[in-house]
Design a protein around this ligand. Structure first.
Ligand code: FPP
Ligand code: MG
Ligand code: MG
Length: 380
């Protein structure tokens, strides 16, 4: 355990685990069809931040050392039979054998952390699969041209392939989820998938009501926060919760894990929405200021709207008229929309840390706290 006051690098805590994660995910994505393989694995080539699996692994460790357990259940310590071998859709089309055959155990010896259960490790991979699927679909919806500094999948392979690859990832995630053999976790993670769609729908509509000239009300920020929960925080919170469930933590620990993920997820997306106004394209690895161009009114704009009613009609027409984007951006910079967004994100980051204050001290807990700090400091 690190001495008090010394910050822990969360990556160091589970770095070795994460090294195996990408390989395992690629193994999960074998399709037997070379073209599908290529598209499905496309977003696993570049090393993403792996923020969601990192949180799952840290939460697994942090709750493992917590003595508060649900004594009515026993943790499943068995290796998860999940080595999904590539399903050959070219050679094997017999419906009886057209299912996933476990591969023989790998000779490569990976001694994972003793405080992480095999099914929690698999959960970490599932969260990344669901996230990556949502990015494939998101880039189609957003007409994105770049992702992590390279051409997005929709540009590289076309919309049809990108959508199907996303669906394939969700199918694989569902199979892996079933193999966790935990109905509660299956339900949680399945709900995440529909939450992502609900959030995306709320975002497409932008405001609660269909009106051409919406006005700023108390409901405006509330709608945005609900959308943000569904679009971003649901995956993080429900996967943190699932990690605690798989570890057979006591109900109050499960709730704390969920509250941590929910608040961290909200902080994360608020920072994301803020960076869209403050960073350059080179820093982001994708076009800056993209949200207004997409017609999206995110937190910085909503805070600016409160004191600038002229933004209402622009929100209503999704900044579609010539000069709207430029004018809206000016009003955001003139108001304190960016600062208010940062302050709200900080509130949520603080709440995330407070949520796990009852956890016993451990390097993993310190790592979770560090993740909240990193979320606020991140520049990409
Ligand atoms: C990125 O947001 C996208 C999401 C957080 C979720 C997108 C969800 C869907 C497209 C719903 C359907 C998909 C699945 C798999 C259920 P962003 O566009 O704000 O961020 P970006 O700048 O990274 O593109
Ligand atoms: Mg997008
Ligand atoms: Mg989007």
């Amino acid at each position: 355990k690190a001495p008090p006051g010394v910050s822990v690098d969360p990556l160091r805590m589970v770095g070795k685990e994460l090294k195996f994660l990408s390989g395992n995910i690629r193994q999960l994505l074998g399709s037997g069809h070379p073209a599908l393989d290529k598209v499905a694995k496309y977003y696993t080539r570049s090393e993403g931040k792996h923020m969601r699996p990192l949180l799952v692994l840290l939460m697994s460790q942090a709750t493992a050392v917590d003595p508060r357990k649900d004594l009515t259940r026993t943790p499943n310590t068995a290796p998860v039979d999940i080595s999904l071998s590539p399903l050959s859709i070219l050679e094997d089309t017999n419906p009886d054998t057209d299912r996933l055959v476990p591969e023989p155990p790998k000779t490569q010896s990976f001694v994972g952390d003793e405080n992480i259960l095999p099914n929690q490790r698999r959960l970490a991979e599932i969260t990344e699969l669901i996230h990556t699927a949502s990015l494939l679909h998101d880039d189609v919806i957003d007409n994105a041209e770049m992702r992590r500094g390279s051409a997005s999948a929709n540009i590289e392979f076309g919309n049809k392939m990108a959508v199907l690859a996303g669906d394939f990832l969700l199918g694989r995630a569902s199979v892996a989820l079933a193999r966790l053999l935990d109905p509660q976790v299956i339900e949680l993670m399945a709900t995440v998938i529909n939450n992502l769609v609900q959030g995306e729908f709320m975002q497409l509509k932008n405001t609660a009501k269909d009106e051409a000239k919406p006005v700023y009300t108390d409901n405006t920020v509330e709608y945005y926060l609900q959308k943000t929960y569904l679009k971003t925080a649901s995956l993080i919170s429900k996967s943190c919760r699932s990690a605690a469930v798989l570890g057979c933590s006591a109900p109050e620990v499960v709730e704390a894990a969920y509250a941590y993920g929910r608040n961290l997820g909200l902080a994360f997306q608020l920072v994301d929405d803020m960076l869209d106004y403050t960073l350059t394209e080179a820093e982001l690895g994708k076009p800056a200021g993209a949200d207004l161009e997409l017609g999206l009114a995110t937190a910085p704009l909503l805070f600016a709207w409160k004191s600038n009613p002229e933004l209402g009609p622009m929100v209503g027409r999704k900044f579609g008229r010539e000069g709207d984007v430029q004018r809206a951006r000016e009003l955001v910079y003139q108001s304190n929309g960016v600062e208010q967004t940062r302050a709200l994100a900080q509130d949520y980051a603080d709440k995330a840390v407070a949520a796990i204050s009852d956890f016993p001290d451990s390097d993993a807990k310190a790592g979770l706290i560090e993740m909240a700090e990193k979320t606020m400091k991140r520049r990409k």
